[in-house]
Design a protein around this ligand. Structure first.
Ligand SMILES: Cc1cc2nc3c(=O)[nH]c(=O)nc-3n(C[C@H](O)[C@H](O)[C@H](O)COP(=O)(O)OP(=O)(O)OC[C@H]3O[C@@H](n4cnc5c(N)ncnc54)[C@H](O)[C@@H]3O)c2cc1C
Length: 459
């Protein structure tokens, strides 16, 4: 008799942990396939360190083939799931189509940037949800400072070194905090016109930064941001964006070439196509992470609405902590459905939260104990090292080097503005030139970029 086939779609926090649990529990019982567009697991919480030159990009990636024994990697992106025929259809990185039949399916496709209907934002803002956007941003920030230093007039100089981040959740807060340190380091080497300093604005409609976290974390983060000179504006958002500025809803017009959209995420649209009940775009599952009516299908992480055992009637928030732990439950329950071990409901205990503010600063509340300053910084970095499933020594080495050496102020320019649109169902991949461009590759000198998406390298 042939072995059961388990297919896990998505190798982020939830899917990677599911596959790892299954490779331990069910490798003798089943064939395990992991479908993911990239060959690595991405440790998203350290992405701000990549965007601001603290860590080299490969440090925050962990090889799937190298760390998941007994799991077959299928490179590609699922575009259709047939719940009746039990098949997943996908497209590989070279455009070839493939099909994976399954007996058990785990959906862990995560989330994508959330858009709001604000004029000009889709065209002029960039998100912060994947590696291509982090690489783009690192180069873009470096380039803006370089162009600001050579700007012909003070207005252009000011606009180029003004950076606007919308959304003061942990992503926006960390990006603004690290970004400010990064641009300070850049202007130390390339001084701007007299009296002009890089300026970071952090906006949120809520009445405090980190509105979803403990108030003490908010207070610590806001104190550090303001001390560094970040212009924190709560109760404020963007009314309109253009190529050279933003209009805020308090009436202020800000000249800038940089608008980073960190207003949150929405579940990957793949799960909406299943025709099963959703909760705010997330696929509804029971407490054992199974899709009602389809016990052979499991879902976890950001894309799944998992009942929160500690808050009856509510669903677990979209965090790495939950996704990582739900991955263990999904792996165990899939194994149990094949006769290995017993099924159990997803339960969790709040272990607290950490927000890395760059340098030695952080805001943290491990096990509910509020910490700030260098102690919080040490706890935060220690937590990340312990939580990463690989590459720890390289990450620690980069942190050490960053503490003693100046930041590298060079831009490679490999990821262009048009290849990381805000609206994308695949933030993990940079967009490639479209076949309609008749072979023109905007990255090749002499080949012009698509007209509707100007390359900011030219700006
Ligand atoms: C910049 C940033 C910082 C963050 N910091 C923190 C933090 O400090 N603490 C915290 O708790 N949370 C943090 N989060 C949130 C956390 O990263 C997410 O909640 C977590 O990654 C969700 O895990 P997941 O497995 O559901 O999704 P992901 O980790 O996003 O993984 C989804 C995977 O599915 C793949 N995929 C997507 N679509 C398809 C498809 N169609 N076919 C195949 N594969 C697909 C993706 O490539 C990816 O590998 C942060 C998020 C960001 C963006």
């Amino acid at each position: 008799m042939s072995r059961p086939r388990i297919v896990v779609v998505g190798a982020g926090f939830a899917g990677y942990r599911t596959a790892r649990t299954l490779s331990r529990l069910a490798r003798d019982k089943a064939d395990i396939t992991l479908l993911n567009p990239t060959d690595y697991f991405l440790y998203l919480p350290l992405l701000p360190h990549v965007a601001t030159g603290v860590l080299e990009p490969r440090r925050v990636t962990v090889s799937l083939a190298g760390t998941l024994p007994h799991v077959r990697l299928a490179l590609g992106e699922a575009d259709d799931i047939d719940l009746e025929r039990h098949t997943v259809t996908y497209t590989d990185p070279e455009g070839e189509r493939g099909e994976l039949p399954y007996d058990r399916l785990v959906l862990s496709v995560g989330s994508v940037n959330k858009l709001l209907p604000v004029p000009g934002v889709a065209e002029h803002a960039h998100g912060f949800r994947g590696m291509p956007e982090a690489l783009y941003l690192r180069d873009h920030i470096t380039r803006q400072i370089e162009l600001a230093a050579a700007a012909p007039d003070p207005e252009t100089c000011r606009a180029r070194c003004t950076f606007v981040v919308v959304g003061a959740g942990y992503t926006g807060v960390e990006l603004a905090a690290h970004g400010e340190l990064f641009t300070d380091a850049l202007v130390r080497k390339q001084p701007l016109r007299q009296g002009i300093r890089p300026r970071w604005l952090l906006l949120d409609l809520a009445d405090r930064v980190l509105p979803e976290l403990d108030r003490r974390l908010s207070a610590t983060a806001e104190r550090v941001l303001r001390r560094r000179g970040v212009d924190v504006r709560t109760g404020t958002s963007v009314k309109e964006a253009t190529s050279d500025g933003v209009l805020l809803d308090d009436g202020d017009a800000v000249d800038t070439r940089t608008l980073v959209w960190c207003v949150g995420v929405r579940p990957d649209p793949l799960v909406a196509g299943l025709g099963r009940p959703l909760e705010k775009g997330r696929l509804r599952v029971d407490s054992c992470l199974q899709v009602p009516g389809h016990p052979e299908v499991f879902a976890c992480g950001d894309a799944a609405a998992v009942p929160d055992a500690t808050r009856p009637g509510e669903f677990t928030p979209m965090t790495a902590q939950h996704a990582w732990r739900q991955g263990v439950t999904a792996g165990r329950n899939v194994a149990a459905s094949l006769g290995v071990g017993t099924r159990r409901a997803y339960r969790h205990r709040d272990l607290g939260f950490i927000v890395d503010l760059g340098g030695v600063q952080a805001a943290a509340n491990p096990l509910g104990v509020p910490l700030s300053g260098p102690l919080a910084g040490a706890v935060t970095r220690g937590y990340h090292l312990a939580a990463m499933p690989g590459n720890r020594v390289r990450v620690a080495a980069d942190w050490l080097l960053d503490s003693v050496l100046p930041r590298q102020a060079v831009q490679l320019g490999l990821v262009r503005s048009w290849s990381v649109p805000l609206e994308s169902a695949s933030p993990e991949l940079a967009r490639l030139p479209h076949p309609d461009d008749h072979g023109r590759d905007p990255r090749v000198p002499g080949h012009s970029p698509p007209k509707e998406e100007p390359d900011d390298q030219q700006q």
